[in-house]
Design a protein around this ligand. Structure first.
Ligand code: DC
Length: 226
């Protein structure tokens, strides 16, 4: 059977990565979390004491030649992002790195640097890739494009729970403000803003259980592969 490219885009905290991972497992495809790549660049910038991203863009661009990002497959089949060979999966999942990633993602040189690697990773198909610009910029010719969405309140609640599970002590109002800020930045940046590809199938999961959502998505995938 033909190995297709599945592009999954959508707002932050829509459950994109969980859905993408499960679909990849169902299909027997490789999964690439492109947000983790932006987060790894952000972590590298933070480690290099870059604290004012908006005014230090050229310093971030100058770091790119020294940045090597990859994914290491774990014994349980999950993938951890690596930064110059170091497993940084845990370090990139904080609010601080997420915020920095969203600011770094507006830099055209950073996007070009990561998009070229993503295109290389998916060129032979058999891939599920999630992000913000996968169906519009990285793989405009992807055979299947999904655009995920849920209300900001539902997404803030999900993010709040995740942060609590990680041992952080978030404030709900801050988490909601952060979701709204990130949405604004992701959709209003000049370079590759988040928007729905014309041929994307929209899945609003505000009122769906995970099982309902996955069986809906599996049906769409099976139909595409027929
Ligand atoms: O999906 P995430 O929250 O891990 O992504 C972190 C940030 O990276 C997010 O604010 C938007 C940005 N991003 C992007 O601009 N393009 C992508 N393909 C993936 C993520």
């Amino acid at each position: 059977m033909k190995q297709i490219i599945v592009a999954i885009d959508g707002y932050s905290s829509c459950g994109k990565s969980t859905i993408a991972k499960q679909l990849a497992q169902y299909a027997g495809y490789r999964y690439i979390d492109t947000g983790a790549m932006y987060r790894a660049v952000a972590l590298c910038a933070i480690r290099n004491k870059i604290s004012d991203i908006r005014n230090q863009m050229s310093e971030i661009t100058a770091l790119l030649p020294q940045i090597h990002i990859d994914f290491a497959i774990q014994p349980d089949g999950t993938q951890h992002v690596t930064l110059n060979g170091e497993d940084v999966e845990k370090q990139i999942r904080t609010l601080e790195v997420g915020n920095a990633a969203s600011q770094i993602a507006v830099i055209p040189e950073v996007r070009r640097f990561l998009v070229a690697q993503q295109q290389q990773m998916g060129k032979n198909g058999g891939i599920v890739m999630d992000g913000r610009d996968i169906g519009t910029v990285v793989f405009p010719y992807a055979e299947l494009k999904l655009f995920l969405t849920a209300s900001p309140e539902v997404r803030a609640e999900r993010r709040f729970k995740e942060l609590v599970e990680k041992g952080e002590q978030p404030v709900m109002a801050d988490v909601l403000a952060d979701v709204n800020d990130r949405d604004y930045r992701d959709t209003h940046r000049a370079e590759s803003p988040l928007h729905q590809a014309e041929d994307a199938i929209v899945v609003d999961n505000s009122n769906m259980t995970r099982e309902e959502q996955m069986s809906h998505i599996y049906r769409i995938f099976d139909e595409k592969c027929k």
